[in-house]
Design a protein around this ligand. Sequence first.
Ligand code: PHE
Length: 356
Amino acid sequence: MKDCLHDIKSRLPKLLEQIILSEQIKALEDLRIEYLGKNGTITLLLKSMADMTDEERRNFGKDVNELKVQITEAIDARKDLLVQEELNNRLKSEWVDLSLPAKTYRRGVLHPVSRAIAEISEIFASMGFSIAEGPEIEDDFHNFDALNIPQHHPARQMHDTFYMPNSLLLRTHTSNVQIRHMTDEQPPFRIIVPGRVYRYDYDATHTPMFHQIEGLYIDRNITMANLKWTITEFLKAFFERDHIPVRFRPSYFPFTEPSAEVDIACKRTKNDLIIGEEDSWLEVMGCGMTHPNVLKNVSIDGKNLQGFAFGMGVERLAMLKYGISDLRDFYSSDFRWLSHYGTKPLKIPSMTGGLS
Ligand code: PHE
């Protein structure tokens, strides 16, 4: 053992040099195992002291310990350096220049529903309407009763309502906001209400969620003539045509009296649908003069104030204007479809700068 100790002592300078020149953590680890591991040279030397006399052990032990400390320190120091170097290299290779301009997501577009709502809002804003909103989770009263649709009214069946616990439901139309707005605010009222509505229905022309825009105009001396003018002007502006034949066809809604459905003239060719050319009719919205019962339900004196309401489907209008053929595509998240029918997000429609 003494020879062995002597041997290592004489090799120490070379060993330390080998450690300092090591370029890899793995090589250092191998050296550590060779000298300081469970069966390492230094460890075995320390173990061999068990059979020595006290006298022998004193000098031998001191020497071995010194060797152990020197080798351990050299390995640790070199290892620290290599770890630091590795980190520096990584920082250098993964460096990001934060001062570079951000990459813009050029392909991002506005969904055609958002685009249609923006265009429609702009037209009504130019006529002095403001935008109101209301809850999509609604109660019976605001979605039905207050709108003159009592519990067993047949119109309730036509709405295919999604019911929820605690007498709540998903609103079937944006007309609930008529009631909320008239209860919360002071007349006159001139609002449009864009928003999501829900009906239990799914096929090529129905999705369980779709969008409507409600309109409400209550003031003194508002007549059917005002209704007709407002809607006709809106349709001309939306379809960007100077002239569109419009037909008000008598209809029925519990919350308006008289009620009408609005049709616009259109012509179907083999591949196209041309809006505004007289050939056949296309239904685009429902409307009517606000029913006296509705005014009574929101405590408005129907003798002094009256007005009209209308409601239109946003997807339907978007399909007609942008030439979209299947309603279900709106919600299939197909990137190609979206980039084709979407618009640039910063292109804000305006009556003066151009609608679409
Ligand atoms: N709420 C009706 C519907 O969803 C549309 C409508 C609104 C009709 C306002 C008349 C007046 O079908």
